[in-house]
Design a protein around this ligand. Structure first.
Ligand code: PEP
Ligand code: MN
Length: 339
């Protein structure tokens, strides 16, 4: 059930509604927006009459929710979620935020050069995997903690936020000092134990769409994180597996406006994994912005031909610089901006 309080509802009225919801067996999540307070009742009490809530003082509306994701649904925060990061960067506002960098952290020189290049073109986050989910156990598995230390060092030196992938529960605590945002990869989108633990962490999470996940499944995975009390979740379309083989994945651009419609969470596009080919990345990046994304995650490498992972889909730094100029024009056309 969702209960939207009136704009002028008093704290006492809000507490009365919360007590009644708790009494009948709901777990209540409260969100206070600029205009009103919304209470989401999660759980399934045996029976209750929604009208009892509609008539309580201070209540504007009360609805039974039939879709299974209550906290991730747009109704929980109709105005949309804006995630605020330490250096003033916001994801979910008017500004489209670009996260860029190599697929993997490979060496000090590689990550420092990458950081300099993406920063110069306007990226706000440096991406780079220290723990890599590789399809083959014989491929490079990442630099681990040494990679995380390098990311933090270069992020602090260059004023870039850091995003890196977390693959298992034991890495959460370990990564906290080094990352501004956790990335949950496509292969872990339904690692529910990991998602639950991230719900208890107080650090934003970017959740990638699973390789064969439906939109409802993405939102239910987000629900796992939100239900732990961590509301700072971003969703990311990174392409799905279809019968098409020309591209590495099929980038589902329509998922961007659909997720924006169904959910209040910021939505990002990842055209690198979405296509697997650097010649296609600019077109799909522009399309993502035109489709209403709140940010982009893209792979850029100082020397893609020598990259240890995902070189074919990594942009050359000059290509990235040109693309950022184009993206600024597209953003303006859809009343957004990229600084
Ligand atoms: C990545 O971002 O490098 C990555 C492994 O992405 P995905 O989980 O989308 O495959
Ligand atoms: Mn990659």
């Amino acid at each position: 059930m969702i209960v939207a309080m009136k704009e002028n509802a008093t704290e006492e009225q809000i507490q009365n509604v919360i007590s009644r919801m708790v009494d009948i067996g709901f777990n209540v999540h409260r969100t206070t927006g600029t205009q009103q307070t919304v209470l989401a009742g999660v759980g399934s009490p045996a029976s209750f009459d929604v009208q009892d809530f509609q008539l309580m003082s201070g209540v504007a509306e009360a609805h039974r929710i039939t879709f299974p994701y209550k906290l991730a649904g747009r109704g929980f925060r109709p105005e949309g979620t804006v995630i605020r990061f330490s250096n003033g960067v916001e994801v979910g506002g008017k500004e489209i935020v670009v996260m860029a960098g190599p697929c993997s952290v490979e060496s000090r020189e590689q990550i420092f050069t990458s950081a300099k290049q993406v920063k110069a073109s306007g990226a706000k986050f440096l991406r780079g995997g220290a723990y890599k989910p590789r399809s083959s156990p014989y491929s490079f598995q990442g630099m681990g903690i040494e990679g995380l230390k390098l990311l933090r060092e270069v992020g602090d030196a260059m004023g870039l936020l850091i995003i890196s992938e977390v693959m298992e529960i034991s890495q959460i605590e370990l990564m906290l000092p080094y990352v501004d945002c956790f990335q949950v990869g496509a292969r872990n989108m339904q690692n529910f134990n990991l998602l639950r633990e991230l719900g208890l962490a107080r650090r934003p999470v970017l959740l990638k769409r699973g390789i064969a996940a439906t939109i409802e499944e993405v939102l239910l995975s987000a629900e796992y994180i939100l239900s732990g009390g961590n509301y700072d979740v971003m969703l990311c379309e990174r392409g799905i597996r279809t019968y098409e083989t020309y591209t590495r994945n099929t980038m589902d651009i329509s998922a961007i406006p659909v997720l924006k419609h169904l959910s209040h969470l910021p939505v990002l596009g990842d055209p690198s994994h979405g296509t697997g080919r650097r010649d296609l990345v600019p077109a799909l990046a522009r399309a993502s912005v035109a489709a209403g994304c709140d940010g982009l995650l893209m792979e850029v490498h100082p020397n893609p031909d020598k990259a240890v992972s995902d070189g074919a889909q990594s942009l050359f730094p000059e290509q990235f610089a040109t693309l950022m100029e184009e993206l600024r024009l597209v953003a303006t056309a859809v009343k957004r901006s990229i600084s």
